[in-house]
Design a protein around this ligand. Structure first.
Ligand code: 3HC
Length: 313
């Protein structure tokens, strides 16, 4: 492993100047091993989240209530697959293959977002995921368009445009249900009750318990801390919930004039860590499904590799 001590000082200086100027590091540039490893960890986790995130909504593709809703949902789930592919490609520029990344996901060596380990028993969950989950993703990911690693930042620009469409389609779906029957309104409220707290957990542990934030901020990989983004999300969601006519399930949620932000109740971090460590309601199912798809696709990868080899010779 190359350490800062082994490399020419001008390379280290060039890296630090680029970071200091908020410019981009590109794959051809020298970078510290820790920077590369942190990027692989974060980008891979992000890519895996996009791919695993197709499952909870994919659950509703065959049961969408109209052709229009089915077409929209299909497009959204396909977008998530595309996001996974851009991110795996960005990760490959750091010297790790897609095969290695997928194997690390399946073996549990790499993580994916906690939120996708919750079930989607109701059609309203499709709208709530769009509104709250894609909404939280936008909050977290718009600043990542300015991340210091070029391929990651460029992937994020396109991803954020699409996530923005996803968020609006979810909100529009919920708004339509809220204009419907009492039963539909109850479905929306019940779904929001289940997803609100897990959505707040998406931003990661509190800053004091986040081992990676300080260094990632110093390297310009992250532009804001977990708590800053979580607060931004709460402040953004409260007026949206009011307009929708739903109650966010937190009796302590209120505007704090002094802070110019909303106070909110305590997050259940035990639940968060249980889910992150594999004990959530759907962890086993999500990974088993991904493994099955990977194993079923083995012959396609083998055939494509054989074809490429023959074409090259
Ligand atoms: N779910 C699972 N694991 C989480 C997590 C979450 N919600 N939040 C934090 N963790 C993990 C971290 O990965 C880290 O574990 P590791 O060291 O083994 O990787 C540990 O908990 C400690 O957390 P840190 O705060 O120190 O970790 P980070 O500095 O990496 O911050 C993060 C976590 C804010 C999620 C950051 O990695 C990030 O911004 N990632 C990019 C965005 C992303 O991955 N989003 C996935 C969301 S969903 C999505 O994009 C799909 C869309 O379609 C909705």
């Amino acid at each position: 492993m190359t350490t800062v001590d082994d490399v020419a000082p001008e390379l280290v200086e060039s890296f630090e100047t680029t970071i200091g100027h908020h410019d981009r590091i590109e794959p051809r540039d020298w970078m510290p091993e820790g920077y590369r490893r942190t990027l692989v960890r974060q980008i891979a986790q992000h890519a895996h989240s996009e791919i695993i995130g197709m499952q909870p909504e994919g659950n509703w593709l065959t049961r969408a209530p109209s052709l229009r809703r089915k077409a929209i949902l299909l497009a959204k789930v396909q977008d998530e697959a595309g996001h996974g592919l851009y991110l795996y490609s960005a990760c490959e520029t750091l010297g790790v293959s897609r095969q290695q990344l997928t194997e690390m996901l399946i073996s549990g060596a790499q993580k994916y977002s906690s939120i996708f380990n919750y079930p989607t028993p109701s059609w309203a969950d499709v709208g709530t995921i769009g509104w709250l989950v894609d909404g939280a993703a936008i909050c977290n990911q718009v600043p990542l368009c300015r991340t210091s690693y070029g391929p990651y930042g460029r992937a994020m620009i396109r991803i954020c445009k699409e996530e923005s469409f996803h968020q609006r389609q979810g909100y529009e779906l919920l708004m339509t249900m809220m204009r419907g029957t009492d039963e539909q309104r109850e479905m929306v409220q019940e779904s929001v009750d289940r997803f609100w707290w897990p959505a707040l957990m998406m931003f990661g542990p509190p800053d004091d318990d986040s081992p990676n934030t300080a260094q990632s901020m110093e390297w310009g990989i992250k532009r804001h801390t977990n708590d800053e983004l979580r607060q931004r999300f709460v402040d953004m969601s409260v007026p949206q919930a009011e307009a929708l006519g739903v109650t966010l399930p937190d009796p302590e949620l209120r505007w704090n004039e002094e802070r110019g932000a909303h106070d909110f109740g305590a997050i259940d971090w035990d639940e968060f860590w249980t889910v992150v460590k594999g004990g959530g309601p759907c962890n086993a199912q999500r990974i088993a499904h991904r493994k099955r798809a990977w194993d079923d696709g083995a012959w396609v990868r083998e055939a494509a590799t054989a074809f490429a080899r023959r074409s090259a010779s």
